[in-house]
Ligand binder design. Structure first.
Ligand SMILES: Cc1cc2nc3c(=O)[nH]c(=O)nc-3n(C[C@H](O)[C@H](O)[C@H](O)COP(=O)(O)OP(=O)(O)OC[C@H]3O[C@@H](n4cnc5c(N)ncnc54)[C@H](O)[C@@H]3O)c2cc1C
Length: 567
């Protein structure tokens, strides 16, 4: 009887962050639902208690059902016949368990059948599900699409579709095409309006679509004939009940094998417009992807947790030269770095989730009434922070998940290379996290403006102003030195006013900011709980070395050196 919530006290620590009070207050609007729904909270403590209880149920389902099914699902995988997908048996059991427990559409308002959860506890559930089986997280996590439907669909669409999602129907987001991957402006799937039938029809091909045989699809398509860029794209809802979309094939992948990745053929598929024409990519898909990126950041943290647990258990168990291998400093160092990266990416994940929670709740309130000037300012501040932190959480979290999975295998030695241990599946599953929902390079493209505008540095300065526990003053001072080095390195590049040089050094600059931010967050965590004492020490030392390395690389770089890197 494993419980993935109760055995990881770090989760409860993040759930109890002081900012949760504001988040719940906004989300529950003075607890007005309590008169209508007997399960709605009556006050802040009641709300926190209900998140805690639901997360305990998620932890139990993860430990007792999803994780034990993961190996079989990995071997069996989904199949396709006559254009329809059949999930592996374990996947069906998992879906049944999460649906029966009422975990579909958890973040949706109660009037549609959801639990009105803030993003923080929802992401916490995603963190645990990913630790159990990263592939299954994709199917469960696609309920993110409901958020976009809620934000941009009309009330009639919300009622028709969100209620179905809360009852267990699944979703997909159909963006990628053979010639439109990172560059979604190139999407060509055609949407044509029929005056006669008073509806839209979709024709074309999508590829690499996770859960492509879902009940409800959000589809990016070209609605404006003759256009070639993002301004000609709109977002549509396709309902499988109407027919017109077939799965031509499912990909034979390296990892997340339980999650069907489909090539879809749209043949006169009836669809309805979601939101306004021409805003499909510019507004709606950007919002959809930001939510999904946070989901992949959670998936990455869950994978890092799985890698750490497997590595730790093996290192305690395996004996060489007459002792457990964990006693060798070389092995202990790898383990402590895995744990430090896990704790660092997790604290960044929940910090980002809190920012998203606040600005989204205020956005939602703005649909009902005019925000006060203070609320408008608050909305603006948190929206900007969420935008700046999301690519960091996804970009760095997914790179850490890959490094941690690699190190987990290393600790297993030759056995890690065999199919006998979970670590080889974790390693294969980790690989996709830095590719989909925008590769790490694309996260850097999204993040670099916050380097050049000084937004990251401004946030770092705010963290510096938060008093630290006396035993962590030393670490904070080292983080301040790192921030000075970062600021000087950024200045060297921005003063050169050379776009190629900036693009070339962007990843290093973004990583420097990310490491310092994670260092501060971990120091704050360690000040509140001993759970993070070691990770704060280990991570700040690691970050210090990385910041030094990047700074040296950039300071020694001459514009002429770029010629060596051009192919
Ligand atoms: C398992 C799996 C599941 C997926 N699920 C979905 C889904 O559900 N829905 C969906 O719509 N899509 C999905 N995708 C597609 C996924 O989002 C894309 O594969 C991804 O965005 C990258 O696009 P691409 O594969 O065409 O690579 P490309 O865009 O061709 O990129 C190739 C390389 O070029 C680099 N590159 C490209 N542009 C730039 C740039 N401007 N600056 C720097 N480097 C750049 C990339 O970082 C990468 O290293 C999935 C993919 C996989 C593999």
């Amino acid at each position: 009887m494993a419980n993935f919530y109760l055995d990881t006290p770090e989760l409860r620590h993040h759930l109890n962050h002081p900012l949760m009070k504001r988040i719940v207050e906004l989300k529950e609007r003075n607890y007005r639902d309590k008169d209508e729904y007997d399960y709605a909270p009556v006050d802040f403590e009641d709300a926190q208690d209900s998140y805690d209880k639901v997360l305990e149920i998620v932890g139990e389902i993860c430990g007792d059902i999803i994780a034990p099914n993961a190996e079989d699902v990995d071997h069996e995988g989904p199949t396709v016949a006559n254009g329809r997908v059949t999930y592996a048996n374990g996947t069906k059991q998992n879906l049944d368990a999460v649906t029966k427990a009422g975990l579909m559409g958890v973040a949706m308002p109660r009037r549609y059948g959801g639990l009105n959860f803030p993003i923080v506890p929802y992401i916490m559930a995603a963190d645990m599900v990913s630790r159990s089986d990263a592939g299954f997280e994709n199917l469960w996590g696609l309920q993110d699409c409901a958020e976009t439907l809620y934000e941009f669909g009309n009330e009639d669409q919300r009622k028709r579709y969100i209620t179905r999602i809360c009852q267990g129907e699944t979703m997909s987001m159909d963006l990628t095409e053979p010639d439109a991957g990172s560059d979604l402006q190139a999407v060509m799937l055609k949407a044509t309006y029929s005056e006669k039938d008073e509806c839209w029809y979709l024709n074309g091909v999508k590829r690499f679509i996770t859960n492509g045989d879902a009940d409800i699809h959000l589809v990016l398509a070209r609605s404006e004939e003759g256009t070639h860029d993002g301004r000609g794209l709109s977002m549509f809802i396709y309902d499988k009940r109407n027919g017109g979309v077939n799965v031509r094939r499912i990909e034979n992948k390296m990892g997340i094998k339980g999650s069907p990745t489909c090539e879809l053929v749209f043949k006169n598929a009836k669809a309805e417009l979601c939101g306004d024409r021409k805003l499909g990519l510019i507004k709606y898909v950007m919002a959809l992807m930001n939510g999904a990126r946070l989901g992949i950041a959670a998936q990455s943290v869950g994978i890092s947790q799985a890698a750490y647990n497997e590595a730790l258990a093996y290192a305690k168990d395996r004996k060489q030269f007459g002792k457990a291998i964990i006693e060798f400093p070389a092995v202990a160092e790898i383990l402590s770095i895995i744990k430090a990266k896990l704790d660092a990416s997790r604290t960044l994940l929940y910090e980002t989730a809190r920012y998203v929670d606040i600005y989204k709740a205020l956005d939602d309130i703005a649909k009902e009434r005019k925000l006060t000037p203070e609320e408008r300012q608050e909305q603006k501040t948190y929206a900007k922070l969420a935008d700046a932190f999301t690519p960091l959480a996804k970009g760095l979290g997914s790179e850490f998940a890959n490094q941690n999975a690699y190190d987990c295998i290393q600790i297993h030695g030759g056995s890690g290379f065999m199919k006998d241990y979970a670590c080889e599946r974790i390693y294969r599953d980790a690989r996709i996290t830095s590719i989909y929902e925008g590769t790490t390079q694309l996260q850097v493209v999204a993040a670099i403006r916050y380097v050049t505008t000084g937004a990251y540095l401004a946030r770092i300065k705010e963290y510096e102003a938060i008093p630290a526990a006396p035993e962590y003053e030393g670490l904070k001072n080292r983080l301040k030195d790192m921030a000075d080095k970062y600021a000087a390195t950024v200045a060297k590049i921005t003063e050169a006013k050379d776009q190629e040089l900036l693009d070339f050094t962007a990843r290093r600059l973004v990583e420097m900011a990310g490491y310092i931010i994670m260092g501060h967050l971990l120091v704050q965590d360690a000040g509140k709980s001993d759970l993070f004492a070691e990770s704060a020490q280990v991570f700040v030392r690691y970050a210090e070395a990385e910041v030094d390395k990047h700074s040296m690389f950039i300071f020694r770089l001459d514009k002429d050196d770029l010629a060596y890197y051009r192919k």
